[in-house]
Each structure stands twice: as structure tokens, then as C-alpha cells.
Design a binder for this molecule. Structure first.
Ligand code: CP
Length: 333
């Protein structure tokens, strides 16, 4: 039984198989790969794209999705071991994972970091606890990484640019009024490096570097592929020669759990917005973002409405890659 928690646990060739089958499913949408299969979709946080694409994708493959929001329409869950459960949680992850495994063939989880304790968030305890106690495959719908978004992103880049080996990839931090999850940024480094691109991370200062875990993974992937991983705080240097520009905002790790103080430095970097002038410095790059996106805060209308913006294509591809992923996981079960 295989889980899909991080693409680092998967080989490039196995990921490429998922992408190739996704391309087939994009043409032939309706199959019976999930006939008589039930999938629990557990959302600890809001979603538009993820919920819609999973729920409809499962239906298109003949399966049934059960959507649960612990603490809202399902009981709040305790994740600590050996806990005297005398607060709000009504049941323990051990029972939740085991009971859902009795009913369902796969469990998918969205559980964002809480932005209070970095080490706790890095431990990815919610999804790892599901993986520990469930007896069916577990899929990450965004925790400290967002591997389903990675698949959609890389499929879109392959559709646009063909073989990605040796292409220049820029992940740029962009402004947002609140500190956001690093998941998509972490994921962007992982997948671009795994698929053979030269990866550059552009962020305002060292405060906005991503966690070493993900930067080291990216560097190792690049070393294995004979490509480069670099960091810059210089906007011109970042955009120069890029074939792909991927934008994301995230909170400064050095201010973790302290959003009020982080806001004071964050507001100095509104000029990291992706605009037409910056895109003009690139090698006719494609631009994308995972969405949701605040227009004229993270990227201008001009960028979002341009021919080189492929964010809608990437969002559309979420459905196809996830259908392929679920088919793969349940075929191998
Ligand atoms: N990109 C993404 O996961 O979108 P949602 O948060 O709307 O699911």
C-alpha cells in the first residue's frame, strides 16, 4: 500500500506515469477505475479547487466521495497520544483512521499548518497520524506541502514547454496582506528540481527563505539532475532568463507565531508583485499561480489576463492528475 504525502517519496518515473495517464484521462474523462470505491475527503481547512476537483473527479471515475469537516460536520479529533481527552476533541485519530478504513478505500486529508509552532507544523502530524493508523492509502490535499498541486503544475509546464530539462524556473515570493502557508512554495521547489529544471528562489530577505528541509531537498534533486539551485533577493537577477515564473506568498519563518511583527516587515515588500515589467525581463516565461490569488496584490490584471498566464490551465489539470493518482493508488492496493 502506497501513500501520496510528498513527491519526494516517489520517483520521477512513477510521477511521470501519473502525468501520462492524466493526459489520457483529460481526453477520455469518464472511466470506471473507481467503481464501487469510496473515498473520504477530510478538510480541516477551506477549499474551492481541491474539493471540487476531487469530488467531481471521483464521480467521473464511478466512485463515491464523502466530504467531512472535522470540528464542523464531523467530531473534533485528538492527535496527541496518551492524552486525557477532557477538552473539545470527541474522538481520537486512532479510532477515526481505523473506522474510516473500514468504510473507505482511501483517505485524503487537508490540514494546514497552525502557524504557532514551526517544529510542530514541520512534523506534519495530522496526515502522518492518518497514515500511521489507517489501513488504506492516504493522500495529501495540502498540509506543509501540496503534492497534488505539484502534479498539476508540472503537467501544465510539460504541456506548455515540452521537456523541462535544463529550463530556468523561478519561484518568486509575492506580497499578500497576511502570512500564508509555505506548502505550495515548498512543493514548487521539490517538483521543479525533480523534473530537471534550474531552480531559483527569489524572496525579499533571508527572513523569507523556505525551511532548510525543502531547500536541501531541492538542492539534492538539482545535484542529481546536474542542474542548479540558487537563491536571490534581487528582483532583476531573479526574473532574468526565466522560462517559468511561479508566484506564491508565504510567512517569514523567523517570525513564526508572531504575525503582528511580521506584518511590519512584510508591508515593505509590496513591490514584489508580479507585473508586466518584471515578466518582460524573462525569456518569454510562462506565469502561473496555484490560486486563489488577490489581483493587483500578488499579480497585476495585466499578468493574470495575459497569454502567458497558465494558472487556469493548471487549476483545470488538478482534476486530471488527481483522477490518475487515485486510479494508480487503488490499482496497486
Ligand atoms: N490551489 C488550491 O488548492 O486551491 P483551494 O485552496 O481552493 O483548494
Amino acid at each position: 500500500m502506497k501513500n501520496f504525502i510528498s513527491t519526494q517519496d516517489w520517483s520521477k518515473s512513477d510521477l511521470q506515469d501519473i502525468l501520462d495517464y492524466a493526459k489520457e484521462l483529460k481526453v477520455n474523462k469518464f472511466q470506471d477505475n473507481l467503481k464501487n470505491k469510496s473515498i473520504a475527503l477530510m478538510f480541516f481547512n477551506p477549499s474551492m479547487r481541491t474539493r471540487t476537483s476531487f469530488e467531481l473527479g471521483i464521480q467521473q471515475l464511478g466512485g463515491l466521495a464523502v466530504v467531512l469537516h472535522p470540528g464542523k460536520d464531523a467530531w473534533p479529533i485528538e492527535f496527541k497520544l496518551n492524552e486525557v481527552m477532557d477538552t473539545d476533541s470527541e474522538e481520537h485519530i486512532i479510532e477515526v483512521a481505523k473506522v474510516l478504513s473500514e468504510y473507505c478505500d482511501l483517505i485524503a486529508i487537508r490540514a494546514f499548518p497552525k502557524f504557532i509552532n514551526l517544529e510542530e507544523d514541520l512534523s506534519d502530524n495530522v496526515i502522518k497520524s492518518f497514515a500511521k493508523y489507517a489501513t488504506v492509502p492516504v493522500v495529501n490535499m495540502e498540509t506543509i506541502t501540496h503534492p497534488c498541486q505539484e502534479l498539476a503544475h508540472i503537467l501544465t509546464m510539460q504541456e506548455q514547454l515540452g521537456d523541462l530539462s535544463g529550463k530556468d524556473y523561478l519561484l518568486t515570493w509575492t506580497y499578500h496582506p497576511k502570512p500564508l502557508n509555505t506548502a505550495v512554495a515548498n512543493s514548487s521547489l521539490l517538483i521543479a528540481s525533480k523534473f530537471g529544471m534550474n531552480v531559483k528562489l527569489l524572496c525579499p530577505t533571508e527572513d523569507y527563505l523556505l525551511h532548510d528541509t525543502y531547500m536541501q531537498n531541492a538542492e539534492e534533486n538539482c545535484n542529481a539532475n546536474g542542474t542548479s539551485f540558487s537563491i536571490t533577493h534581487d528582483i532583476k537577477e531573479g526574473y532574468k532568463n526565466a522560462d517559468v515564473v511561479y508566484a506564491k506568498s508565504w510567512g517569514a519563518l523567523s517570525y513564526y507565531g508572531n504575525p503582528e511583527d511580521e506584518k511590519l516587515i512584510r508591508d515593505r515588500y509590496k513591490h514584489f508583485i508580479v507585473n508586466e515589467e518584471k515578466m518582460a525581463m524573462t525569456n518569454n516565461a510562462k506565469f502561473s499561480h496555484c490560486l486563489p490569488l488577490r489581483r493587483n496584490i500578488k499579480a497585476t490584471d495585466g499578468v493574470m489576463d495575459s497569454d502567458y498566464c497558465v494558472a487556469i490551465q493548471e487549476a483545470g489539470n488538478r482534476m486530471h492528475v488527481q483522477k490518475s493518482l487515485l486510479s494508480t493508488l487503488l490499482k496497486d492496493k
